[in-house]
Design a protein around this ligand. Structure first.
Ligand code: NAD
Length: 429
């Protein structure tokens, strides 16, 4: 297995350890995942043939509680990627102070090549294969790229069939009718928005109408685009896997989303009542979008959007990492040297796991919260941890990412030592 992504992701740990007071036990426990499962999922295709897909589930570290992390369906899923995402979840759950560790799962598949029935058989087959590995008190999956509420409901139902009782708290990101939380669908974009809004004036000064470009106009990217648009930012460019659109005067983010949802295409249209006039826009490439002279750049697609290849061409003042790992370790250093403020993924996209945690709590209480309660609690947690991180980075003179890892390491370290670190137990005399 190539460990390229994992090695790149863990490089920051070494730097962060200089700023964190942690025991050697913690360092040792974080060097590799706690457990790794690889499975083969045979699926009966609609034409009667049988095809097997490779799936993974990784539990990286559970010092602070059950492992938590999404399930990704994508053709480029590898064990290296799943393990790296599980590592990031370990850091992320600690930064937003959830009683969880980090995990992740994935299947190497192009879900667009399967029918809905085939996808359902794949989702249920995956749960059959990993059922002994997950559970409400051990490992709790959720959606990630190309999985959604419907996939979560098949998975929760399959797990409940295996257990012969209803187990809603085994998985989060479910539809509300099956125990999902209000606000979960928009939580990642909402959380990123609260982080960005908290730091906007500190990073951009008194810029009157900050300009924004969003790479990856999906679940997470479309929400932050709309929320930034609502507070008066000018969203000038957005993209998806097929390409990008650019309009220097600003796109109407909500109508772009409606058009994309309706047609599957990214086009810029403005709806006013029944009148729909197409706005002028230019078609641009991903690289053009990433290099635009905007105030805020939001990479919200996949890993490694910004590497040493294009880091010098980034012109944004603030980068909000809604995707996991969109900036490579070397590129991150270049951006820091160039004075570009990166709001790191482990905090910027943590809104999803925060509301997933709220969903798990509501399932265990059997008592659903209102949308306003969810939003207020999400907002409070994101703003509190953003302020804490900003102070730590300013005090230590580090990037927000290094400060975030240091903060997470200390929280994980406290749990490790409380369970009985060799350092914590030193017979006196
Ligand atoms: P999604 O599938 O809803 O959206 C992804 C979008 O990115 C799609 O519009 C797709 O067309 C686009 N895309 C794919 N490849 C691209 C490319 N090369 N260039 C530009 N656009 C491209 O997925 P999502 O849930 O919005 O997740 C996006 C990112 O956010 C992922 O990195 C995911 O791990 C991260 N994330 C998501 C959540 C969540 O709750 N959804 C939580 C934390 C992190």
């Amino acid at each position: 297995m190539s460990d390229a992504l994992f090695n790149d992701a863990t490089a920051v740990l070494t730097e962060a350890m200089q700023y964190a007071e942690i025991s050697p036990d913690t360092v040792e426990l974080l060097r590799q995942p706690k457990s790794v499962l690889q499975v083969s999922v045979p699926v009966r295709r609609d034409d009667g043939t049988l095809e097997s897909f490779t799936g993974y589930r990784v539990r990286y570290n559970d010092s602070r509680g059950p492992t938590k992390g999404g399930i990704r369906f994508h053709p480029s899923v590898t064990l290296d990627e799943v393990q790296t995402l599980a590592f990031w979840m370990t850091i992320k759950t600690a930064i937003v102070d959830l009683p969880y560790g980090g995990g992740k799962g994935g299947i190497t598949v192009d879900p667009r090549a399967l029918s809905t029935h085939e996808l359902e058989r794949l989702s249920r087959g995956y749960i059959d294969a990993i059922a002994d590995f997950i559970g409400p008190d051990t490992d709790i999956p959720a959606p990630d790229v190309y999985t959604n509420g419907l996939v979560m409901s098949w998975m929760m139902d399959q797990y409940s069939i295996i257990q012969r009782r209803r187990v809603p708290d085994v998985i989060t990101g479910k539809p509300v009718s099956l125990g999902g939380s209000l606000g979960r669908a928009t939580a990642t974009g909402d959380g990123g928005f609260y982080v960005a809004r908290t730091l906007m004036s500190r990073v951009l000064g008194d810029t009157r109408q900050p300009t924004v470009a969003v790479q990856g106009f999906g679940n997470a990217g479309a929400v932050i685009a709309e929320r930034l648009h609502e507070i008066g930012c000018k969203v000038v460019a957005v993209s998806d896997s097929k390409g990008g659109i650019y309009r220097p005067d600003g796109l109407d983010a909500p109508s772009v989303r409606r058009v994309k949802e309706g047609s599957g295409q990214l086009t810029a249209a403005r709806y006013q009542g029944n009148v729909c006039d197409i706005q002028d826009y230019d078609v641009i490439t991903q690289d053009d979008l990433l290099g635009l002279d905007v105030d805020i750049l939001v990479p919200a697609a996949l890993e490694n959007a910004i590497t040493t290849r294009n880091a010098e061409s980034i012109k944004a003042k603030m980068v909000v990492e809604l995707a996991n790992g969109p900036i490579s370790a070397e590129a991150d250093k270049i951006l820091f040297r160039r004075g570009i403020t990166v709001l790191p993924d482990v905090l910027a996209n943590a809104g999803g796991v925060v509301v997933s945690y709220f969903e798990w709590v509501q399932n265990r209480q059997g008592f659903p919260w209102t949308a306003a309660e969810v939003d207020e609690r999400l907002q409070t947690r994101m703003i509190t941890e953003t302020e804490r991180l900003w102070s730590a980075a300013t005090e230590r003179g580090t990037s927000l990412r290094v400060a975030a890892y240091a903060m997470a390491l200390e929280r994980i370290g406290e749990a490790v030592d409380a369970k009985g670190s060799t350092d914590a137990y030193r017979p006196k005399g």
